[in-house]
Write a protein of this length. Sequence first.
Lengths: 258, 367
Amino acid sequence: MSEALDALIVMAYRQLKRFRRGRARLVSSVVNPIIWIVFFGLGWSNVFNFPMARAIFGGLDYLSFLTPGVVAMSVFTASFIGGITVIWDKQFGFLKEVLVAPAPRWATILGRIIGDSLIAVLQGLIILGLSFLVAHSLNPWGVPASMFYMLILSLAFTGVGVSLALKITSMEAFQMIISFLMLPLVFLSGAFYPLKYMPDWMKIIAYVNPLTYTVDGIRYWLTGVSTFNPLLDLAVLAGLAAIALVAAARLFSKTTLD
Amino acid sequence: MYCIKSVSGLMDIFIFGYISIDIFWPEISGWYMMSQEKDGFAVVVEGLVKRYGRVVAVDGVSFRVGYGEVFGFLGPNGAGKTTTIHVLATLLRPDGGRVLVAGRDVVRDPVGVRRSIGVVFQDPSLDGELSGWENLYLHGRIYGLRGRVLEERIEEMLRFVELWEYRDRLVKHYSGGMRRRLEIARALLHRPRILFLDEPTLGLDPQTRAHIWDYIRKLRGEMGVTVFLTTHYMEEAEALCDRIAIIDHGKIIAEGTPDELKKMAGNDIVYLKIREAKPGVCGFFEDLVMECKELPGGRVALKVKDAVKALPRILLRARDRGLDVLEASYHRPSLNDVFLLLTGREIREEGPMDMIRAMVMSRRWRR
């Protein structure tokens, strides 16, 4: 068991070490959410600057409504992409080194997922810190709880990313998944506009979109505004995380070079 | 040749090697002893079959590798060498047959197999974003090593492959030869009993190749590691291996020591050039050689069993009969001749033309 734990820790350590070396990844993953906050958020916040506007966003100014969503989005994107870097390891051969090791496969893949999740949470925290500069109704005491939600979210989606990456062989297929899956999931998560104004068919998708519950949960802890009970949000996320992690571990255990 | 080599090898191990191991390699001598299993083989393969869709990559291969042996798979590209090594390393599931590595079944107990092996893949499998030291550290921790033991071993292995000075450089800045050496160090870090090397010197310059040959010889000599390697370089197989299996189209077509194999391709030939040769020269050597032929220009070709032993006797006889020998040379059949004899093709690589030919061949065969 201690052997498994060693393998788990060192695989997480590898991800962190690689991240520290690859500055470009940090910059690119932080720039994108900043663009959303500045060019999308600041722009619309002036549009929503009329007396009744706050009622649309549960009593919040638009930036305070938006920023928790962008934080969730950045963690989601970072995790998903982190998970899918398994494809790189396939192409650069490092995956074979892990596959041929006697350490339990669940431990090596879980370590990797935890490492990538910590990175994703770190990126989310950077965005959250910047959010405090522009949004005025965010509650700093909600940060630890939001971090917890962010961590569960990123474990879930790194797990999903890893599972997909183990099944996918080409970078092109991965690009397709990104464009087909990621943006729609973000738009249908209630990050940019409240769920209750969506058309019914959109609402249905939003309700099965796990990102919705993250946005909702993080928004609750940072602003007090939410659609669902924050515990329900957490339960949905935790359920998804459990499924994704088990799936990733199982897939990795069965991985061969066939 | 072979006899002399193996006897001195044994002497090394029993007299010099053993003593020097105890003095200089205190930890390793235990490791070496452990790998000396009286009965049982390091690798047992019986009727291995591996298919990719309709293509049969490995077609009923059987062989055994004893502990402490250097065993080579020699064959052209696409012969099934890498597939075999991947099955032995538990990364591919066999479609048929039985494979035991270190006494454990690769299908039923892959983890047991993984514990006893080290693998150097044909394609690089290092993390380029980490330094050489970090790559080994990562490997050690995954294999359950830690603390001072791990650090000492990392240093020992990095020094062994002469990369200690470059330990802090990121692997992506390493040259091809350095990477291959680092992979060898990494594969040995957890002290496996059996080391798999898939084309260990493919694409390397002659100098690096010589280095890697040295390491492999030391592994066998000083550390007693069993080595299974694949190669399509004949000189490599000949220089390193105790036994060789020649593989082509997924089947083993010949197996034996390099000398046994070469004997299949015929006998050695000694060539002499004699000043003012007269007809009937052959008569002088009748009792020493199997066959003799007089060639134009004062040259004589003598077919013998073992050129190395026959040559001094032939020269002595020539002097006794008053022949003035200007030049003496001999030709021994190479493994390439063996391959040619068995398949009608050459194994020779080097040069893009041969690569293309090999690819065309393998495609033709697959159809």
